[in-house]
Design a protein around this ligand. Structure first.
Ligand code: FES
Ligand SMILES: [Fe+2]
Length: 456
């Protein structure tokens, strides 16, 4: 890849072609949990958070009515930082000269101006549309003259609050190389390889620790065993209204093949199976060119999600309030050569496989130098996705409609998407997995109900 193209695909700031594309898609801006005083005691005093998104500095606050506002951080008077503002319940007041703004960005007071001044009626700070879905606040940073599309009916949004759980973490690198890990089905056999399988009983909420669907002669197989023993996946993909559907086949015997169906929801989201009844929808949200947050939505097609268990599994790996991982470049991501020799392929722990992906992304450098890479057969989805990204950037630059979930006209064709990790009859694997997901949806207590409409 040419250096110019790498830059075009990875830049996210205002006015950059890539940044303009990403601004057409709803972006997660905070977990609702970040406003919970139990997790961030500062929230008991003051519900204000500085936020950086797509290279822009913003301030997110909640007023006394529970309404959220997302504003540019530089006060429109003389530029002081509104993240230090006084949250007075009906608006956020700049402590420099007391100008006050409501959640829409409208200036409602300029107390130092002479009595009778109407200056504030003519001042509005740029504010951005917000909406909440599945425990996460989403913002839309597209052009003020345009109407944002609705959120698509992906499973992670269609499921009721009881059946989803969201968490996040900061990675110190560009969003695209992080996303490209999620659409790389080959790495699971190497980066996440465990030399021993853990008990299937203790697999709740843990990626790759559950069993693949189906069986081998009546025996259940942990995903880790399939991944370890079958390391040459045959990877293919199909274009869909939301992006790409990925198939990775690992032929096991004459009669059996492992099939893993995952999805790339253009441009930043992948949807993969966690277990037979749970999916992970993960979005890679640029903070700026060299940082991104992953936001993961766990969606259950079975009973309610045990949010407390899921949160407690993940909280020890990060420091609050900013969800910064405790492992990183500063401590070699916890690398342990003894573990690498005896227990795992990578040597960065067995409990939190997120660290494995974090190492893969961050160790490439802040922005991967794609002029020096050599892609192989297993990288075909990554190549296809880059072509889509390039085309979409061109489309938006030329004034066209961005593809996938940013195009409201496509929403009636977008749902799911389905995921599978299972051991199928080699000759009939397609019908097998499609029947599997049909049964999973039929049994899900919420599928087919319009939860989004009910909650309004
Ligand atoms: S700079 Fe904010 S009120 Fe003056
Ligand atoms: Fe991974």
């Amino acid at each position: 890849m040419k250096a110019e193209l790498n830059q075009r695909l990875t830049q996210v700031g205002p006015g950059t072609p890539g940044g303009e594309l990403l601004r057409r898609y709803w972006q997660p801006v905070a977990l609702l949990d970040e406003f919970d005083p139990a997790l961030d005691p500062r929230m008991a005093v003051r519900t204000v958070k500085p936020v950086r998104l797509l290279g822009q500095n913003l301030v997110l606050f909640r007023d006394a009515q529970g309404q959220f506002g997302l504003l540019d951080r530089d006060c429109p008077h003389r530029g002081a930082d509104l993240a230090f503002g006084r949250n007075e319940g009906d608006g956020l007041r700049c402590p420099f000269h007391g100008w006050k703004f409501d959640t829409s960005g409208q200036c409602i007071e300029t107390p130092a101006e002479p009595a009778g001044s109407t200056l504030c009626t003519r001042i509005r700070q740029r504010s951005y549309p917000l909406q909440t879905a599945s425990g996460v606040l989403f913002a839309w940073l597209g052009p003020e003259s345009q109407t944002p599309p609705p959120l698509p009916a992906l499973d992670c949004f269609a499921a009721p609050a009881s059946h989803t759980f969201a968490f996040k973490g900061l990675w110190h690198c560009n969003w695209l190389q992080s996303f490209e890990v999620g659409i790389d089905p080959a790495h699971a056999s190497y980066l996440h390889r465990f030399f021993n399988d853990a008990s299937l009983e203790d697999s709740y909420g843990k990626q790759f620790r559950g069993a693949s669907a189906g069986d081998v002669g009546g025996e259940r197989w942990p995903m880790t065993r399939v991944m370890r023993e079958f390391g040459q996946p045959q990877i293919s993909f199909e274009a869909t209204p939301y992006g790409l559907q990925l198939t990775a086949l690992r032929p096991m015997t004459e009669e059996l093949t492992h099939v893993r169906i995952t999805n790339a929801v253009f441009p930043q989201t992948f949807v993969i199976p966690l277990s037979e009844t749970m999916t992970i929808t993960q979005m890679h949200v640029p903070v700026d060119d060299t940082h991104n947050y992953w936001y993961a939505f766990f969606t259950s097609f079975d009973g309610p999600v045990d949010k407390e268990a899921m949160r407690n599994q993940r909280l020890p790996a990060v420091t609050l309030p900013d969800y910064i991982p405790k492992s990183g470049r500063q401590n070699h991501w916890g690398f342990n050569p003894e573990e690498q020799q005896t227990r795992t392929y990578l040597g960065m722990g067995e409990d939190d496989i997120n660290v494995h992906d974090q190492w893969a992304c961050e160790s490439m450098g802040a922005i991967q130098d794609r002029t020096r890479e050599h892609l192989g057969t297993t990288d075909r989805v990554i190549m296809a996705n880059r072509r889509l990204l390039q085309q979409a950037i061109d489309t938006v630059e030329q004034g066209g409609t961005p593809p996938g979930i940013a195009d409201a006209a496509l929403h009636s064709a977008i749902s799911g998407p389905d995921t599978v990790d299972g051991i199928a009859p080699a000759k009939d694997w397609q019908a097998w997995w499609q029947e599997g997901v049909r049964a999973k949806r039929e049994n899900a207590p919420w599928v087919g109900r319009d939860v989004m409409a009910e909650s309004k």
